[in-house]
Design a protein around this ligand. Structure first.
Ligand code: PH4
Ligand code: ZN
Length: 310
């Protein structure tokens, strides 16, 4: 099987009420851990790279490794997606390089400009058999180089969502209901606006909904980082129960990056502290890769409900 678009996996997710994890990648160990977890769980999976990840790893290396992952796991639907494409050129570069899905993130523009720019990307991508995710509303926190103060976070307006999808022809829509990027999502209790999600779903029942900034910030991983010399105090994410509720309430794609960063860092830190003489990278990258795989498998099986949906 070749790389697939997200079309069929999203159709299945909407029909059967589960979500597909979209996991950020920028190196070989992440890619291997994620697709091995998907194979172990017989789950569809989306690999995604941001423009800064592409700058770091280089698009050619990323695509060759993703192609290798597909060859290793021919029975698992794997999509390759651009996360937070900042402009038409970056989206075009990824379409031309063989990505099967791209996100154009026009959330920093006003409504009309977001529609105009998204439509340009949709026209190009669709002409090349590639699907497009767009974003409406603003997430609090830091994403790429855009910093939106928490107080300026703007929830997605359901009526605008309907108009946006109709006028752009976009394939999926990222919405803002209270999540944010990174390890510090909530000061007090975690709170998501499921009422807004419900309203959006009523207005665009056939459009897959995407949740960004949806890491759990798994307490065990934060503790492990801190235990082995890290300093990540007060980190807090979206609890598993809320992500499960989102998965059965019409969210089709759930983005996870922070939890993978924590797993990799925790695994490496542990080896460094327990065996200061270790300096063969395989000695610390192997356990780190295993911890990432466990983390991804847990999400697929226990939270998103995508296990056995390949
Ligand atoms: N993302 C990840 C964005 C990563 O430039 P960069 O590579 O740092 O960008 O789109 C998410 O939605 C991840 O959410 P999370 O932080 O809750 O895991
Ligand atoms: Zn994001």
């Amino acid at each position: 099987m070749a790389l697939v678009t997200t079309k069929e996996m999203f159709e299945k997710s909407m029909k059967e009420g589960f979500a597909i994890g979209a996991f950020n990648v920028n190196n070989m160990e992440l890619i291997q851990a994620i697709v091995d977890a998907a194979a172990e769980q017989n789950s569809p999976v989306i690999l995604q790279a941001s423009s800064s990840a592409i700058k770091y790893a280089k698009i050619n290396y990323l695509m060759k490794m993703v192609e290798a992952a597909v060859e290793e796991h021919p029975n698992i639907p794997i999509a390759m997606h651009l996360d937070h494409g900042p402009d038409f050129e970056t989206c075009k570069m990824c379409v031309d390089a063989g990505f099967t899905s791209v996100m154009f993130d026009g959330s920093k523009y006003d409504f009309e400009e977001n529609i105009r720019l998204t439509k340009e990307v949709v026209d190009y991508a669709h002409a090349h058999g590639v699907v497009v995710e767009a974003e409406l509303g603003k997430l609090a926190g830091i994403e790429d180089d855009v910093n939106v103060a928490a107080s300026d976070a703007i929830y997605t307006d359901p009526a605008q969502a309907e108009e946006f999808v109709r006028r752009t022809g976009v394939d999926s829509l990222a919405i803002a209901i209270g999540t944010s990027h990174g390890a510090y999502k909530f000061k007090g209790e975690a709170k998501l606006r499921f009422d807004i999600l419900k309203e959006i779903k009523i207005r665009i029942p056939n459009t897959p909904i995407v949740l960004h900034g949806a890491s759990t910030v798994i307490p065990e991983l934060v503790e492990m980082c801190n235990k082995y010399g890290g300093n990540i105090p007060g980190a807090k994410g979206v609890p598993d129960e809320m992500l499960h509720e989102a998965s059965v309430s019409g969210v089709s794609k759930i983005n996870v990056d922070t939890d993978l960063r924590l797993a990799m860092t925790a695994g490496i830190r542990k080896v460094f502290v327990e065996d200061p003489s270790a300096f063969d990278p395989r000695k610390y990258l192997k356990p780190a890769r295993e911890l990432i795989q466990q983390t991804v498998a847990h999400k697929m099986k226990d939270v998103f409900g995508s296990a056995n949906k390949a």
